[in-house]
Design a protein around this ligand. Structure first.
Ligand SMILES: [Fe+2]
Length: 250
Protein backbone atom coordinates (compact mmCIF):
# COMPACT_ATOMS: atom_id res chain seq x y z
CA UNK A 1 0.00 0.00 0.00
CA UNK A 2 1.00 3.62 -0.51
CA UNK A 3 0.11 6.34 2.00
CA UNK A 4 -0.02 9.78 0.36
CA UNK A 5 -0.84 11.78 3.51
CA UNK A 6 1.20 11.47 6.72
CA UNK A 7 2.54 13.88 9.33
CA UNK A 8 5.58 11.70 9.80
CA UNK A 9 8.31 14.35 9.83
CA UNK A 10 9.40 14.88 13.42
CA UNK A 11 9.16 18.26 15.06
CA UNK A 12 7.77 20.27 12.14
CA UNK A 13 4.04 20.43 12.89
CA UNK A 14 1.48 18.62 15.02
CA UNK A 15 2.63 15.20 13.75
CA UNK A 16 5.48 13.03 15.05
CA UNK A 17 6.82 14.79 18.11
CA UNK A 18 10.29 13.16 18.09
CA UNK A 19 12.67 11.21 15.89
CA UNK A 20 11.94 8.06 17.94
CA UNK A 21 8.20 8.41 17.29
CA UNK A 22 8.73 9.10 13.57
CA UNK A 23 10.95 6.02 13.26
CA UNK A 24 8.41 3.89 15.15
CA UNK A 25 5.62 5.23 12.92
CA UNK A 26 7.55 4.15 9.82
CA UNK A 27 8.07 0.70 11.39
CA UNK A 28 4.35 0.42 12.25
CA UNK A 29 3.41 1.43 8.69
CA UNK A 30 5.80 -1.16 7.22
CA UNK A 31 4.30 -3.82 9.48
CA UNK A 32 0.84 -2.84 8.25
CA UNK A 33 1.88 -3.41 4.63
CA UNK A 34 2.65 0.18 3.60
CA UNK A 35 5.70 0.45 1.32
CA UNK A 36 5.72 4.15 0.54
CA UNK A 37 4.82 7.14 2.72
CA UNK A 38 4.46 10.73 1.59
CA UNK A 39 5.46 13.13 4.36
CA UNK A 40 2.95 15.98 4.21
CA UNK A 41 3.70 18.80 6.66
CA UNK A 42 1.02 21.45 6.96
CA UNK A 43 1.04 24.73 5.11
CA UNK A 44 -1.46 26.86 7.00
CA UNK A 45 -1.79 29.86 9.29
CA UNK A 46 -0.17 27.91 12.13
CA UNK A 47 2.65 26.10 10.32
CA UNK A 48 4.86 27.64 7.66
CA UNK A 49 5.90 25.28 4.86
CA UNK A 50 9.62 25.26 4.06
CA UNK A 51 10.21 22.76 1.25
CA UNK A 52 14.00 22.65 1.46
CA UNK A 53 14.07 22.31 5.26
CA UNK A 54 11.46 19.54 5.04
CA UNK A 55 13.43 17.79 2.28
CA UNK A 56 16.54 17.80 4.48
CA UNK A 57 14.60 16.37 7.39
CA UNK A 58 13.13 13.70 5.13
CA UNK A 59 16.62 12.74 3.98
CA UNK A 60 17.65 12.37 7.63
CA UNK A 61 14.59 10.19 8.28
CA UNK A 62 15.54 7.97 5.32
CA UNK A 63 18.92 7.37 6.96
CA UNK A 64 17.47 6.61 10.36
CA UNK A 65 14.60 4.22 9.56
CA UNK A 66 15.33 0.58 10.14
CA UNK A 67 12.85 -0.94 7.69
CA UNK A 68 12.44 -0.83 3.90
CA UNK A 69 10.26 2.19 3.16
CA UNK A 70 10.12 4.66 0.32
CA UNK A 71 9.62 8.20 1.53
CA UNK A 72 8.72 11.25 -0.48
CA UNK A 73 7.63 14.79 0.23
CA UNK A 74 4.30 16.52 -0.22
CA UNK A 75 2.26 19.09 1.67
CA UNK A 76 -0.98 19.27 3.61
CA UNK A 77 -1.97 22.42 1.73
CA UNK A 78 -4.70 24.48 3.35
CA UNK A 79 -7.00 26.21 0.85
CA UNK A 80 -6.37 29.91 1.51
CA UNK A 81 -5.83 32.92 -0.69
CA UNK A 82 -2.18 33.17 0.36
CA UNK A 83 -1.49 29.48 -0.30
CA UNK A 84 -3.28 29.44 -3.66
CA UNK A 85 -1.31 32.50 -4.80
CA UNK A 86 1.95 30.81 -3.74
CA UNK A 87 0.98 27.63 -5.61
CA UNK A 88 0.08 29.59 -8.73
CA UNK A 89 3.55 31.15 -8.60
CA UNK A 90 5.35 27.86 -7.95
CA UNK A 91 3.12 24.85 -7.52
CA UNK A 92 5.96 22.35 -7.50
CA UNK A 93 7.05 23.48 -4.06
CA UNK A 94 3.88 21.94 -2.57
CA UNK A 95 3.24 18.94 -4.83
CA UNK A 96 3.92 15.28 -4.05
CA UNK A 97 7.46 14.38 -5.13
CA UNK A 98 8.14 15.90 -8.52
CA UNK A 99 4.69 15.14 -9.91
CA UNK A 100 1.58 17.31 -10.39
CA UNK A 101 -0.53 16.16 -7.42
CA UNK A 102 -1.36 18.58 -4.61
CA UNK A 103 -3.25 17.71 -1.41
CA UNK A 104 -5.83 20.44 -0.74
CA UNK A 105 -7.61 20.78 2.60
CA UNK A 106 -10.67 23.00 2.82
CA UNK A 107 -11.65 24.92 5.91
CA UNK A 108 -14.34 23.51 8.17
CA UNK A 109 -15.97 26.92 8.25
CA UNK A 110 -17.03 27.14 4.64
CA UNK A 111 -15.69 27.28 1.12
CA UNK A 112 -15.24 30.62 -0.64
CA UNK A 113 -17.53 31.04 -3.65
CA UNK A 114 -14.50 31.36 -5.93
CA UNK A 115 -13.02 27.99 -4.83
CA UNK A 116 -14.01 26.50 -8.16
CA UNK A 117 -12.19 29.21 -10.08
CA UNK A 118 -9.09 28.77 -7.93
CA UNK A 119 -9.09 25.01 -8.50
CA UNK A 120 -9.39 25.54 -12.25
CA UNK A 121 -6.55 28.08 -12.16
CA UNK A 122 -4.36 25.54 -10.36
CA UNK A 123 -5.26 22.93 -12.96
CA UNK A 124 -4.35 25.29 -15.79
CA UNK A 125 -0.89 25.47 -14.19
CA UNK A 126 -0.65 21.69 -14.45
CA UNK A 127 -1.54 20.98 -10.83
CA UNK A 128 -4.00 18.19 -9.98
CA UNK A 129 -5.74 18.97 -6.68
CA UNK A 130 -6.50 16.08 -4.35
CA UNK A 131 -9.24 17.14 -1.94
CA UNK A 132 -8.37 15.68 1.45
CA UNK A 133 -10.83 14.00 3.77
CA UNK A 134 -14.07 15.80 2.78
CA UNK A 135 -15.91 13.31 4.99
CA UNK A 136 -14.37 15.00 8.03
CA UNK A 137 -15.27 18.49 6.84
CA UNK A 138 -18.52 19.70 8.39
CA UNK A 139 -19.25 21.90 5.38
CA UNK A 140 -18.25 19.52 2.57
CA UNK A 141 -20.10 16.62 4.14
CA UNK A 142 -23.36 18.21 3.10
CA UNK A 143 -22.10 19.26 -0.35
CA UNK A 144 -21.60 15.96 -2.12
CA UNK A 145 -22.81 17.53 -5.38
CA UNK A 146 -20.01 20.08 -5.15
CA UNK A 147 -17.52 17.26 -4.70
CA UNK A 148 -19.01 15.47 -7.66
CA UNK A 149 -18.52 18.50 -9.91
CA UNK A 150 -14.95 18.96 -8.66
CA UNK A 151 -14.22 15.34 -9.59
CA UNK A 152 -15.83 15.93 -12.97
CA UNK A 153 -13.41 18.75 -13.72
CA UNK A 154 -10.42 16.61 -12.77
CA UNK A 155 -9.89 16.88 -9.00
CA UNK A 156 -9.29 13.73 -6.98
CA UNK A 157 -10.63 12.86 -3.54
CA UNK A 158 -8.70 11.28 -0.68
CA UNK A 159 -10.48 9.92 2.39
CA UNK A 160 -8.92 9.08 5.74
CA UNK A 161 -8.43 5.39 6.48
CA UNK A 162 -9.89 5.55 9.96
CA UNK A 163 -12.96 7.48 8.81
CA UNK A 164 -14.00 4.24 7.13
CA UNK A 165 -13.47 2.29 10.34
CA UNK A 166 -15.44 4.78 12.44
CA UNK A 167 -12.79 6.75 14.35
CA UNK A 168 -14.18 10.13 13.18
CA UNK A 169 -17.76 9.25 14.07
CA UNK A 170 -20.90 8.05 12.35
CA UNK A 171 -21.44 11.05 10.06
CA UNK A 172 -17.88 10.90 8.71
CA UNK A 173 -18.17 7.16 8.14
CA UNK A 174 -21.55 7.51 6.44
CA UNK A 175 -20.24 10.26 4.16
CA UNK A 176 -17.18 8.22 3.36
CA UNK A 177 -19.22 5.18 2.41
CA UNK A 178 -21.51 7.36 0.29
CA UNK A 179 -18.54 8.79 -1.62
CA UNK A 180 -17.08 5.30 -2.07
CA UNK A 181 -20.40 3.99 -3.29
CA UNK A 182 -20.55 6.70 -5.96
CA UNK A 183 -16.99 6.00 -7.07
CA UNK A 184 -15.83 9.50 -6.12
CA UNK A 185 -12.84 8.46 -3.99
CA UNK A 186 -9.44 7.98 -5.63
CA UNK A 187 -7.33 7.26 -2.63
CA UNK A 188 -7.27 6.23 1.02
CA UNK A 189 -4.52 7.65 3.24
CA UNK A 190 -3.77 7.61 6.96
CA UNK A 191 -3.26 11.32 7.76
CA UNK A 192 -1.18 9.80 10.58
CA UNK A 193 -0.03 12.09 13.38
CA UNK A 194 1.27 9.61 15.98
CA UNK A 195 1.39 5.95 16.97
CA UNK A 196 -1.74 5.63 19.05
CA UNK A 197 -4.45 8.21 18.45
CA UNK A 198 -4.00 8.66 14.66
CA UNK A 199 -1.68 5.82 13.63
CA UNK A 200 -0.20 5.01 10.19
CA UNK A 201 -2.54 2.09 9.53
CA UNK A 202 -4.36 1.41 6.26
CA UNK A 203 -5.03 -2.33 6.35
CA UNK A 204 -8.26 -2.13 8.37
CA UNK A 205 -9.73 0.37 5.89
CA UNK A 206 -8.58 -1.75 2.95
CA UNK A 207 -10.33 -4.78 4.48
CA UNK A 208 -13.53 -2.79 5.07
CA UNK A 209 -13.54 -1.50 1.47
CA UNK A 210 -12.80 -4.99 0.17
CA UNK A 211 -15.77 -6.46 2.00
CA UNK A 212 -18.20 -3.68 1.01
CA UNK A 213 -17.06 -2.73 -2.49
CA UNK A 214 -14.81 -5.56 -3.69
CA UNK A 215 -11.14 -6.31 -4.07
CA UNK A 216 -10.61 -4.22 -7.23
CA UNK A 217 -11.69 -1.01 -5.54
CA UNK A 218 -9.75 -1.76 -2.33
CA UNK A 219 -6.59 -2.35 -4.39
CA UNK A 220 -7.20 0.71 -6.54
CA UNK A 221 -7.64 3.11 -3.62
CA UNK A 222 -4.90 1.76 -1.36
CA UNK A 223 -2.28 0.75 -3.94
CA UNK A 224 -2.79 1.30 -7.66
CA UNK A 225 -3.93 4.94 -7.71
CA UNK A 226 -1.69 6.16 -4.84
CA UNK A 227 1.26 4.44 -6.59
CA UNK A 228 0.51 6.48 -9.72
CA UNK A 229 0.22 9.63 -7.60
CA UNK A 230 3.65 9.20 -5.95
CA UNK A 231 5.17 8.38 -9.34
CA UNK A 232 3.62 11.54 -10.83
CA UNK A 233 1.88 9.44 -13.49
CA UNK A 234 -1.66 9.77 -14.89
CA UNK A 235 -4.38 8.11 -12.82
CA UNK A 236 -5.20 4.74 -14.38
CA UNK A 237 -8.81 4.03 -15.29
CA UNK A 238 -10.30 1.51 -12.88
CA UNK A 239 -13.39 0.06 -14.61
CA UNK A 240 -15.30 -0.68 -11.39
CA UNK A 241 -14.74 2.90 -10.17
CA UNK A 242 -15.71 4.44 -13.50
CA UNK A 243 -18.86 2.33 -13.53
CA UNK A 244 -19.84 3.53 -10.05
CA UNK A 245 -19.24 7.16 -11.04
CA UNK A 246 -21.29 6.84 -14.18
CA UNK A 247 -24.25 5.09 -12.58
CA UNK A 248 -24.07 6.80 -9.20
CA UNK A 249 -23.85 3.47 -7.39
CA UNK A 250 -22.28 0.82 -9.61
FE1 LIG B 1 -3.25 16.09 7.40
Amino acid sequence: MVDIHSHILPGVDDGASSWAIAIDMVAAAAKDGIRHIVATPHSNAQFRYDRSAHAERLMELRKRVGVPMELSLGCDFHFSLENVQAALQDGKQFCIGSGPYLLVEFSDFGIPPNADTAMRALMRRGIVPIITHPERNLFLRSKVEMLYSMVEVGCLIQVTANSITGFWGKAARRTCLGLLKRGLVSSVATDAHDLTHRPPIMSAAREAIHSKFGKDIAEALCSTIPSAIVAGKPIPDIPSLVRRRETGAG
